[in-house]
Design a protein around this ligand. Structure first.
Ligand SMILES: Cc1cc2nc3c(=O)[nH]c(=O)nc-3n(C[C@H](O)[C@H](O)[C@H](O)COP(=O)(O)OP(=O)(O)OC[C@H]3O[C@@H](n4cnc5c(N)ncnc54)[C@H](O)[C@@H]3O)c2cc1C
Length: 391
């Protein structure tokens, strides 16, 4: 049975997050218009205060029962303030989720205090993760890995302390030889070469990183260095997506919810009501649109919550996490565009944040696997096709 009961402590944290959102919204436009600016000292201070208050309510960052689901619920509400601005002082990135999913206890101890980003994409591929061309070779003389290659579109590549990078031990062995490695940014041979200018989530930096004979200790490999059979080898690295996709989906749902709640408020100011107990024939077109959007957001949310609660129970959730992300990606794009349309020219204006949310939300249907790739994963699993039978 699925149980989404929310602990009183989490409820308190969700309420506090809504309070914290007021400040984040007040600074969101500044960082949207000033891409690649570091957080202003006064903003940093307030964001840190907010984060400290949240930590107090949650009682510390120790992983415990329901940790994934709690994080997902909080992530959605945080994203309603802004999907990335609070992340300017973040201490945990997508790479940390990957570490938590597959690292040994010793590695967790070593790396979880670092802010880790995730570097999979390269100039030669995005969706087809089997095409990793960055290489990792073991130097038997020093027992170090030597990494060579280029990673692009690394979220928080500038701000992070370390990068979880996918690299191949032997390109001829295909997926099985792809492993993830933790590269601390200050290692010689690890260079940030470019920062992207983007459509949305402009408070989040997106970087290119080059590894040139970059040496890291042997123990910086996540999982086993053994190259297992081709069909199972990449499970280790792919498993990280199961942990990160629910977070990305809930971030998007938060943006969609922000746009929808804001639009409802503006319509309510004009006298509209949104009754749940009236027949569809008695509702206006706008009322129907709003209620449909709400129902779709709820559907996406519950799919994502299901995938997160499965993680908490250590159940395999690849299917559910892809279903949630595919549904969320579609719904939020639709919701944000419709909200801009319903609000008319003011929806398109920079006076409000709705146009920004419309730009921001697109990314949730791109990173950690596009909507089309999620549908492929879902179809393969539901229909029982192997990767090479449906691509
Ligand atoms: C702002 C931003 C931040 C990012 N952050 C990160 C990050 O932190 N780490 C990281 O590693 N990457 C990151 N990425 C990269 C992102 O994960 C890739 O852009 C994404 O995986 C898609 O890859 P691609 O852009 O090469 O598109 P392609 O793979 O070239 O795909 C292009 C289009 O074709 C579709 N398509 C591809 N294959 C199929 C198929 N088999 N069937 C149907 N349709 C298909 C795709 O859905 C897409 O619409 C980021 C990207 C952006 C824009």
């Amino acid at each position: 049975m699925i149980d989404f009961s929310i602990a009183p402590k989490t409820l308190k944290a969700l309420q506090l997050q809504r309070e914290n959102n007021k400040f984040v919204r007040s600074i969101a436009r500044y960082y949207d218009e000033n891409e690649h600016t570091d957080a202003r000292p006064e903003d940093q201070e307030q964001l840190k205060k907010n984060a400290a208050a949240m930590l107090k309510v949650l009682g510390g960052p120790e992983p415990g029962e329901g940790q994934f689901l709690t994080n997902i619920m909080l992530g959605e509400i945080r994203s309603m303030g802004d999907p990335v601005t609070a992340g300017m002082i973040a201490t945990q990135g997508l790479g940390n989720a990957a570490i938590r999913a597959v690292a040994t206890p010793e590695q967790r101890e070593r790396f979880d205090k670092l802010y880790c980003s995730m570097a999979i994409t390269e100039p030669g591929f995005g969706s087809d993760t089997s095409a990793v061309a960055t290489t990792a070779k073991l130097d038997p003389a020093t027992n170090e890995w030597i990494l060579n290659g280029e990673k692009i579109f690394v979220t928080s590549g500038k701000r992070c302390d370390a990068i979880v990078a996918w690299a191949t031990l032997d390109k001829s062995k295909g997926r099985a030889a792809i492993k993830s490695f933790i590269v601390e940014k200050d290692r010689p041979g690890c260079t940030l070469t470019k920062l992207e200018h983007k459509l949305g989530i402009r408070a989040s930096d997106t970087a290119s990183i080059v590894f040139e004979d970059c040496r890291i200790p042997y123990d910086n490999i996540l999982g086993s260095p053994e190259i297992k059979e081709a069909k199972t080898g990449q499970v280790g690295v792919l498993a990280t997506f199961d942990a990160t996709r629910p977070g990305v989906a809930s971030q998007g749902i938060g943006v969609g919810r922000a746009a929808l709640e804001f639009t409802k408020e503006k319509l309510e100011e004009l006298g509209y009501t949104f009754p749940y107990d009236k027949g569809i024939h008695s509702l206006s077109a706008v009322q129907k649109e709003i209620l449909n959007m709400e129902a779709n957001l709820d559907a996406a949310r519950y799919l994502v919550w299901q995938s997160a609660s499965m993680l908490d129970k250590a159940q395999r959730n690849s299917l559910e996490s892809s279903m949630g992300k595919a549904k969320a990606g579609r719904v939020i794009g639709d919701v944000c565009q419709k909200c801009v349309a319903i609000l008319g020219p003011l929806g398109y204006s920079r006076d409000w944040l709705v146009e920004k949310w419309m730009r921001d939300c697109k990314i949730n249907d791109i990173y950690e696997g596009t909507g089309q790739i999620q549908m492929l994963v879902v179809c393969r699993q539901v229909l029982g096709f192997k990767r090479d039978q449906l691509k």
